[in-house]
Design a protein around this ligand. Structure first.
Ligand code: SF4
Ligand code: SF4
Length: 123
């Protein structure tokens, strides 16, 4: 796995096309345990019902992992975006600045990531 770190710049927003493709890739979306009651309240659900509906215990036995949807992407993605956007976890907030998998072919489909790569090659 290779990781690059990019510094966010205000003009970067123009490059994200809001395609939500990054939410449809297969892979673990991890949440701290303290996020579950916050998300349950946001969704106006009972905490246990929310945990059962949307989360599995990750193999590290500490984090919760969003269940995959029928296509293998994150269960919280909808046609209009993230269902829990204000409470999305750090790996989502930091994508593609901090969390990314350069070796994944799907990164080529992220217009923002490609713009950041071009910028980094200019320096
Ligand atoms: S939690 Fe929201 S932002 Fe993160 S992958 Fe799922 S749908 Fe996307
Ligand atoms: S970060 Fe990339 S993949 Fe995600 S919505 Fe923006 S352009 Fe699309």
């Amino acid at each position: 796995m290779t990781m690059a770190r990019f510094t966010p710049q205000s003009e970067d927003e123009q490059f994200c096309r809001g395609c939500n493709i990054c939410c449809t890739w297969a892979g673990d979306v991890l949440f701290e345990p303290r996020a579950i009651p916050v998300i349950a309240a946001y969704l106006q659900m009972d905490e246990r019902a929310c945990a059962d509906a949307f989360f599995d215990l990750h193999s590290d036995r500490w984090h919760f992992r969003a269940k995959p949807n029928a296509s293998g992407g994150c269960i919280f993605v909808t046609p209009s975006g993230c269902r829990i956007y204000p409470h999305r976890p750090r790996q989502c907030r930091s994508f593609p600045y901090e969390w990314q998998r350069r070796e994944y072919g799907c990164m080529r489909r992220c217009r923002l990531y490609q713009a950041l790569l071009r910028r980094s090659h200019l320096h």
